[in-house]
Design a protein around this ligand. Structure first.
Ligand SMILES: NC(=O)c1ccc[n+]([C@@H]2O[C@H](COP(=O)([O-])OP(=O)(O)OC[C@H]3O[C@@H](n4cnc5c(N)ncnc54)[C@H](OP(=O)(O)O)[C@@H]3O)[C@@H](O)[C@H]2O)c1
Length: 248
């Protein structure tokens, strides 16, 4: 970064991405992590120049707090925020989501199925065999927390059965019905599940169903966090979006 300066570094990485993607512009260019050693306003300014030059159509942030989002958005309007959001972790409903709705910013929830837990197919005895599978360090997926969070799965099973959908689909349909600016990005290496998740867009939840579901969810206690396991120490982490520390 020091070698190029902020704008030069962005241009360098964008050029590499465009070469890899065989394209001459990028629709949405993310700053995937905020670098605390670099002023975010400088990054935002440089993103604005890339937009003006037609190299990117818009830019986004990930794992970002409301304060940082506002700081960035004031310099060059932000198109999308990729933060953690699912039925187990709803902090952003109170933090960044009101700002996003008010300012026309898309919310792109990562881990929308809570790393697979909301599919009801993960159990406290599930083994994540690959050593680099981040689910090995997600505190919410510890044996103890998965057992304690089973009431969520019972609740989802009831609603999903009544609608004739899977619980994974219900968890995605719920956030799509709740907000107009939400575009979840469920991850799967399995074709059938990818198609299953895509079909969630066709599941209609009526306002009365949403109200019943939200009321029931509000009554449940959620155990454990997902944390920010990709980038942080695996024993103790810091959640930038909520400014909280967590431990395994
Ligand atoms: N911005 C960030 O900081 C950040 C952080 C984490 C993740 N992400 C991104 O967010 C996306 C998804 O997040 P994620 O993979 O952590 O969590 P997720 O989408 O909540 O869950 C993915 C897990 O659930 C399983 N799964 C998916 N659909 C399923 C279904 N219908 N039934 C049963 N199991 C299902 C998948 O297993 P199979 O593969 O076996 O189907 C996978 O293990 C990825 O694109 C990832 O790159 C971004």
């Amino acid at each position: 970064m020091a070698e190029y300066g902020v704008e030069g570094a962005l241009r360098h990485h964008l050029a590499l991405s465009m070469e890899n993607l065989q394209t001459d512009y990028v629709d949405l260019y993310y700053l995937h992590r905020v670098n605390e050693d670099v002023a975010l306003s400088d990054v935002s300014l440089a993103m604005g120049k890339l937009i003006d030059q037609g190299l990117i159509r818009g830019w986004g942030l990930s794992q970002v707090s409301l304060d940082l989002l506002k700081e960035a958005d004031q310099v060059t309007p932000v198109s999308a925020v990729q933060n953690l959001y699912n039925m187990l972790e709803r902090d952003c409903e109170q933090t960044i989501q009101p700002y996003c709705l008010e300012n026309g910013i898309g919310l792109v929830p990562f881990s929308p199925i809570a790393s697979g837990f909301l599919s009801g197919q993960l159990h406290s005895t599930s083994q994540f065999e690959k050593v680099d599978d981040v689910r090995n360090w997600v505190p919410q997926l510890s044996q103890e927390n998965m057992d304690k969070n089973q009431p969520v799965i019972h609740l989802l099973n009831q609603f999903a059965e009544a609608k004739g959908v899977t619980t994974a689909q219900l968890s995605l349909a719920w956030m799509l019905a709740k907000y107009p600016n939400v575009v979840p990005i469920p991850g799967s290496k399995n074709r059938a599940r990818i198609l299953e998740n895509l079909a969630a867009a066709q599941v209609d939840l009526a306002p009365v169903e949403m109200q019943r579901l939200d009321t029931a969810l509000n009554e449940l206690t959620i155990h454990g966090h997902r944390g920010t396991v990709e980038v942080e120490n695996r024993q103790v982490g810091y959640n930038r979006a909520t400014h909280t520390k967590w431990t395994n």
